[in-house]
Write a protein that binds this ligand. Sequence first.
Ligand code: NAD
Ligand code: MG
Length: 389
Amino acid sequence: MPVQKLSVLGSTGSIGTQTLSLVKDLGIELTAISGYSNYKLLEQQALEFRPEYVCAVEEGAYRELKVRLAPTGCKLLFGREGLMEIASRDSSDTLLNSVVGIAGLEPTLAAIEAGKNIALANKETLVTGGSLVTRAVRERGVALLPVDSEHSAIFQCLQGNTHLRPRRIFLTASGGPFFGQGREQLREVTVADALKHPNWSMGRKITVDSATLMNKGLELIEAMWLFSVSPEQVLITVHRQSIVHSMVEYEDMSVIAQLGFPDMRLPIQYALTYPERRPSPCRPLTVEGMSNLTFQLPDRETFRCLPACERAAAIGGLAPTAVNGANEAAVELYLKGEIGFLDIGDIVADALSLPGLEREDFSLGDILALDSEARLRATDFAQKLSGRR
Ligand code: NAD
Ligand code: MG
C-alpha cells in the first residue's frame, strides 16, 4: 500500500532531505524526523512539517532544540533512545531509515516489531542484521522495501515475476572517482578527491564507500538478504554512466533492466508509492543519455574492500558485521586524515581474521559486540599501519 504516514530517521542527510522534498506532493503526512547534530536543519524541517516527534541524537543539538522547538508542540526526543521511541511508538505506517551505519539496525528492528513497513536506505541494517531483520519481517508480515537505487532497480525488474526465482542479478557499480587507476596512483589520493563522486551526490561515508568499492560489497550482501540469492548469483558490473541501475536475469536467459538518469528521488518515491507509480520530479531519459553505455568487470586487486566483502558474504554468520564495523572505523579515520586511502581495504580484509565469525546462531547483542570488536581491531591495525610509514 502507498505510504500514508511516514517517519524518517536521518531526515537531515542526503536521502532524508530528498525524501522530505517528495512527501508533500505525494500527500504523505510526516510523523517523525531525526538527525544527529545539524539542529538548524532539523528545526527548519520541524517548522515546515510539524511532525509529532523530533529526535536529536547528539546532546548539543538536543539542548539547542529544547529552546527552539518549545513553541511548536513537537515532542522532542534525545539520543538512541529517542530513535527507538519513534520506531516503536509514533503513529506512522512506514519508517524510512536513512541513518548512516550500524546505528540504523536497532531502530529498524524496533519498527518491524511495532508492525511498521520499512523503506530501507540504511544498507548496514541488512549487512549486519540481515538474518534477524528478514526473520522479523516474515513473522510480523510487514513489507521491507529497498531505497538503495540498485536494489530498487532489482525490485522493479522483479515486478510481475515475484513467484519466479531470478537466475542471476547484474548489480551495477559506477566504479567511483578512482576506477581505472592502480594502487600506485591511489597511494596519495586526498579525502577531497575521494569525496568527488562522478554521478551521485551523497553523504560522506557512502561517498568514500563508493570510491573504495566497499559500497558494492555491502550492496552484494544487502541483495542476498532482500532477494534470497547466493553470492554466486550476483554479478558485480562496473557501469560508469549509472544509467542502468541493475538487471535481473531469468531462467530463460531474458535480462530485464531498469534505467534512468541517476536521481535518488526515483527509488525513494517508488518505495513510498509501491505498488503504484506516480509522476515524479525526475528528468526523463534521453537517447543521448543512453548513447554510450559501457559495462566492465571490477578490479578486485586494486579495490580490496570488494573481495573482502565477497569473502564475508561466502562465510556468512557474523563475517559481514566484521567487515562493516572495520569499514565504519576505517572511513572515520580516513576522513580525519589519519590513514591513507588504500589502508581502508587492508583494514577491512584484516577484520576477517577475527575468531568465531562463522557462527550461524547469534543475537542482536552478539552483532553489536562483534561490531565493537571489529572497530577496535581496525583502530589497532590502523596504528600499526601508520607506525610502518
Ligand atoms: P548522510 O550522512 O547524508 O545522512 C545520514 C543521516 O543520519 C543524517 O540525518 C545524520 O544526522 C544521521 N546520523 C548520522 N550519524 C548518526 C547516528 N550515529 N545515529 C543516528 N543518526 C545519525 O548519509 P546518506 O548519504 O543520506 O546515507 C544514509 C544511508 O543511506 C546510508 O546507509 C547509505 O549507505 C544509504 N544510501 C544512501 C544513498 C545516497 O544517495 N545518499 C544511496 C543509497 C543508499
Ligand atoms: Mg546503491
